[in-house]
Design a protein around this ligand. Structure first.
Ligand SMILES: [Zn+2]
Length: 84
């Protein structure tokens, strides 16, 4: 079985929460110093790799076989594809 690694967004996960706190900190002058890195970190961490076949959260984009359903990811990881 073949499948792809999907890039799944998580708005209300830990990454999304950190991103939101960072955004609020950016509204104050000194808060922006820590707010901007928090937003960047939060945004990067609010996405995770997911199996296109069964929807299982994967450890990384380097995973070649889904641990849950055994799908093969013999394709270019979505992270290398141009963002539309
Ligand atoms: Zn799977």
């Amino acid at each position: 079985m073949n499948g792809t690694i999907e890039r799944k967004g998580e708005t209300f996960g830990a990454g999304g929460l950190v991103s939101l706190i960072g955004l609020l900190l950016c509204l104050t002058c000194y808060g922006a110093i820590v707010g901007i890195p928090m937003m960047i970190w939060g945004h990067a961490n609010s996405y995770y790799p997911m199996c296109s076949n069964c929807g299982t959260k994967l450890a990384s984009y380097k995973v070649r076989i889904c641990p849950a359903c055994g799908t093969n990811f013999n394709c270019i990881p979505p992270i290398l594809r141009p963002v539309i």
